[in-house]
Design a protein around this ligand. Structure first.
Ligand code: RB5
Length: 147
């Protein structure tokens, strides 16, 4: 799978570790994040990864900032994006199975790298279940058209 990854200054080390982890599992990773710990603005990176997902340049996106909150909020402003912040693998799995999320976010100041890897695994291994969940996801996406 081709995965876009993005991060701000709060998550440089965790981004490197997750990028390597994804590559070790055979994924191609496109790095849209910052590689130096210098103060920067997370919306830039959330938008870059979200645009890559929305345009199908990559299949899915992974975003990391201090909490995962700001960067996921930015990603969710891009049309077609369903980004979720997760701190546990169960939420990550259900966020694919029920919500068909296409961007995963988490916080480098909130969880450790082993939890982050378990979250990434749960999210990537899960599949959207469709059916009644499709109806609800369609309703979410229809909100974009009403704006
Ligand atoms: C940066 O200090 C921090 O605000 C950012 O990484 C993130 O936690 C925002 O939601």
């Amino acid at each position: 799978m081709k995965i876009g990854i993005g991060n701000d200054h709060a998550a440089v080390e965790m981004k490197m570790e997750i990028k390597e982890y994804l590559e070790s599992k055979g994924h191609e990773v496109v790095n849209f994040g910052i590689d130096e710990v210098v103060s920067c603005n997370y919306p830039e990176y959330g938008e870059a990864v979200a645009n890559a997902v929305a345009s199908k340049e990559v299949d899915l996106g992974v975003l990391i900032c201090g909490t995962g909150v700001g960067i996921s909020l930015a990603a969710n402003k891009v049309k077609g994006i369903r980004a979720v912040v997760c701190s546990d693998p169960v939420t990550a799995r259900l966020a694919r199975e029920h919500n068909n999320t296409n961007v995963l976010a988490f916080g480098a100041r909130i969880i450790g790298v082993e939890t982050a890897k378990a979250i990434v695994d749960a999210w990537l291994d899960a599949e959207f279940l469709g059916g009644r969940h499709q109806t609800r996801v369609d309703m979410i996406m229809a909100i974009e058209e009403k704006q």
